[in-house]
Each structure stands twice: as C-alpha cells, then as structure tokens.
Ligand binder design. Sequence first.
Ligand code: ZN
Length: 200
Amino acid sequence: MYDAIVQDLIDEFGRLPGIGPKSAQRIAFHILQTQSFDVTRLAELLSTVRERVRFCDLCGNITENERCSICSDPKRDQTLICVVEEPKDVVAIERTRQFRGLYHVLGGAISPIDGIGPDDLNISGLMRRLGENQIQEVILATDPNLEGEATAAYLSRLLSSMEVPVSRLASGLPVGGDLEFADEVTLGRAFEGRRVLGNA
Ligand code: ZN
C-alpha cells in the first residue's frame, strides 16, 4: 500500500475514537500535502496539553489547575451535584445553561463487557463529597444507553442509604445515544423534567 512510515501515520490516526480508515487516510494526506499545515505547532500543542491538563481534585473535570473553573466559581450552587460520565458531558450540559450547580465526573460507566466495574469509576470521590457537604440534590446525568442506565441504577441504590434526593434526567433524550450528541434544547428539557429517584 503505502511506505511503512505513511501507513504508520494512517494507522495511528485510525486508533483515535470516531476515525475510520478512510478518515485516517484523509487526515494523513492532508498533513502530508498541505504546505501551510503547521505540523510543529500541532506536535507542540499535543505535548503541552498532555503536560499541563489534569483532572480536577474535586470533581474529575479537566483543568490546568488543582480545581477546575466550575468548582472554583463561588457563584455556582454548591448544594447541587450533577453526575456525568465524561468531561465532554460537562461541556454539553453547560451549553444548555440550565444548571448552575457543581459536577462530578465518573470517568466512564459500568460496563461488564469492557470489564469496567464500579471500582474503576470515581465513585468514592462522590461519596466523600456527599459526606462532607450539605447537598440538596444529586442529578444522575449518565448517558441514556445500557451502560449509563446501569451506572445510574447502581448509584441510586448506593445513594439510597444517604439522606439526599436523587434524580435522573427525563426522557426525550434518544435512548441508546450519547449525551454529547443531544442538541441543547433536548438536553435542556431533559434537565428541567428530571425525575426524583429516591430520598425526596
Ligand atoms: Zn472541578
């Protein structure tokens, strides 16, 4: 097919999420053929991001500091915690402007097929926050698919022993879908219509 080094580049792009073989090939050739494409800048940016970006000590969101911009914002409602799977879900919910509380990023969802159990997720951090702070509501905003539902069910069982109301995003979100792909209106409505799961 191609020289080994070009094929290596295509293979590397092909390993990225959402990039199929054709897209990988297109990106590789764009970089090879476009004179104005700044390879050095991309390479530097990638290594800088890797060095500088970390996970917030409190919520697990991505940040350049110990605490993310949301956790360190005093105007956010400290009594609400919205539990999501990934940092990208924080971005999706922030876009709706429906939520002024804090987040907790699990770092994934329970998935027996992929060998991901509760211990692999940032659940102990959530329990610690609930123990240490006066929380009025925990909103479970995991993805509306099999893994997300399993995770929400697990968490609502776990939290039933604590004196904190737990809610789940309302339907209207496409089942089997990914939170990040929901449009702002749908996600916003799901937020407004969240239902209480227990401890209300
Ligand atoms: Zn944070």
